[in-house]
Design a protein around this ligand. Structure first.
Ligand code: SAM
Length: 225
């Protein structure tokens, strides 16, 4: 595993710096703000707005610190009539000693701490019921190696940036992951690279370019028809 350093981002929240890649796990302009903007507001809340659902299956590519999973779990509390099934792919799990130092939780927020701990203590490779309506399955596997038959209503594509991990942004991989979308499924990422948009369009997907989080002009979302 490459070495990781905790750094503070523009909104005061931590992220991890992968020193070998010289790449952070979130935007340096604000980790928490980026996750909320890209994955919760433009991903989860958008998908829940499209049509009423009683179950939502979510796939995250790159579970990392668990920030997106944790924010999703907190949001699930506001939708008690919806069952959330969350699968997080992470070939290089972050060590517990590092996770413990992250500052996402305010000291008086017991529930937030309980949820964060539940995510990280959940057993890998099996679905664990963490709350009445949130199930998590963490899989220690690379996206390239999954042999999935499930389909997802929402996919958070949170790989390292295209210039740092180009293999995850190549068209065959983008095709593989977008093929996992269920009808009306939404695929969302923080990147807005021209090549990515062209590849998504050529795969027959509707591509939306949306305003990005602070420090980033644009981001991309696609929807399966
Ligand atoms: C940008 S960070 C994701 C941050 C994460 N979503 C979070 O909230 O902390 C990219 C993540 O993708 C993981 N990753 C690297 N190679 C991968 C692969 N081949 N398949 C899936 N995930 C991968 C990294 O280990 C890292 O955790």
């Amino acid at each position: 595993m490459d070495s990781l350093r905790i750094i503070e981002t523009g909104d005061g929240s931590h992220t991890l710096l992968n020193t070998a890649l010289d790449e952070t796990y979130h935007s340096r302009h604000g980790a928490l703000r980026e996750s909320m903007h890209v994955f919760i507001t433009h991903g989860l809340l958008h998908r829940l707005d499209i049509s009423a659902v009683t179950t939502i299956n979510i796939l995250e590519v790159g579970l990392g610190t668990g920030l997106n999973a944790w924010l999703t779990m907190l949001e699930a509390d506001k939708h008690p009539s919806v069952q959330f099934h969350y699968v997080g792919l992470e070939p290089y799990p972050v060590e517990e000693s590092v996770l413990r130092q992250l500052n996402y939780i305010q000291p008086d927020e017991t529930k937030h701490q309980t949820y964060f701990n539940a995510i990280h203590q959940a057993t890998w490779e099996q679905a664990s019921s963490l709350t009445d309506n949130f199930t998590l399955k963490k899989q220690q596997i690379s996206l390239q190696d999954i042999e999935e038959e499930s389909h997802y209503d929402l996919i958070y594509f949170d790989a390292f940036a295209p210039n740092k991990q180009p293999e995850l942004w190549e068209k065959p991989i983008i095709e593989k992951v977008t093929n996992l979308l269920a009808p009306s499924g939404v695929w969302v990422t923080y990147s807005a690279k021209g090549q990515l948009k062209r590849d998504l369009k050529s795969l027959g997907l509707q591509v939306e370019t949306l305003p990005g989080p602070p420090g980033k002009a644009e981001m991309v979302r696609t929807q399966c028809t």
